[in-house]
Design a protein around this ligand. Sequence first.
Ligand code: SAM
Length: 235
Amino acid sequence: MIRSIALVIDLQRTLTQAQSLFDNYQQCIADIKRPPRGVSYGDMLFAYATIQGLNPPKIVESGRAHGQSTLILSRCFPQTPIISVECDPDQPDEAIALKRLQDHKNVDCRYGDARNVLPQIVSEMDVVLIDGPKIFRALKLVYKLLKNNHPSVIFLHDCVPGTAFRSYIEEHIPWTFFADDPEFLDQYKHLDKDQPLPQPSLGCIAPRPNFPGFKDLLSIQVTRRLDILRTRKSR
Ligand SMILES: C[S@@+](CC[C@H](N)C(=O)[O-])C[C@H]1O[C@@H](n2cnc3c(N)ncnc32)[C@H](O)[C@@H]1O
C-alpha cells in the first residue's frame, strides 16, 4: 500500500512557507558563495519552503558539480539524510564539492548515473532534486520515479520559460509550479541580484494518482527520441 501526502503541495503553500522561513534561510546561506554554475538562491528558497513540513525520510539529489544545491539542502535540513549522486568523479568541480561538504555529516556523496542509481535508492516519500541529467533525459527519469518509487515531490532544474522543454511540462504536467512564478520572483529576486547567472528555474512536480499513465510514458519516450534526433541533426 502506497502512502499518500495529506497536504496539498502547491505554489500558495510554498509562498506562505517561504515568508515564515525567510529569516532562517538567510542565516543558512549567509556564508555560502554562489559558484559560477548551479542553482540560484531563489531556487533553493523555493525548494526549502516546499519541502518544509513534508518530513521526508531522505532527500536524494543528482548533479552535484560544486555542491551548491547539496550544501544549501544540508544547511536547511540538518537532520535529514541527503544522498547526492554525481556521474563524473573526475570533473574539476568534484574536489571543490567534497571540500565544501566535508563537515556536513548528513550528506552522503555517491557516484553513478542518476538514471540507474536513483531508481534503486529513492524510497516512498523521499524528496528528489534533479540537476543532472538535464531536460528530457531528466524528465524521463522523473516519470520513472513517479511511477515506481513514489517520492513525495520531485524538483527539476532548468525549466527555463520559453523553451520547448518548459512548454512540454506545462502541457503534460500542468500542476507543476515554478520558482520563476512572478509572485515568488517579485518577493525574492533580490536574493540573486548582482548575479550574472540564470535566474530561478526550478520546477516542482508533485505526484498525482494514475500519473504517469501509459499515454504519458509513451509521450515522454517519443519526445525524448525526437529530442535526441534533433540534437544530432543540429551538430
Ligand atoms: C549544473 S551541474 C549541477 C549543479 C549543482 N546542483 C549545484 O547547484 O552546484 C550538473 C551536474 O550534473 C552532472 N550530471 C549530468 N548527468 C548526470 C547523470 N546522468 N547522473 C548524475 N549526474 C549527472 C554533471 O556531471 C554536472 O556535475
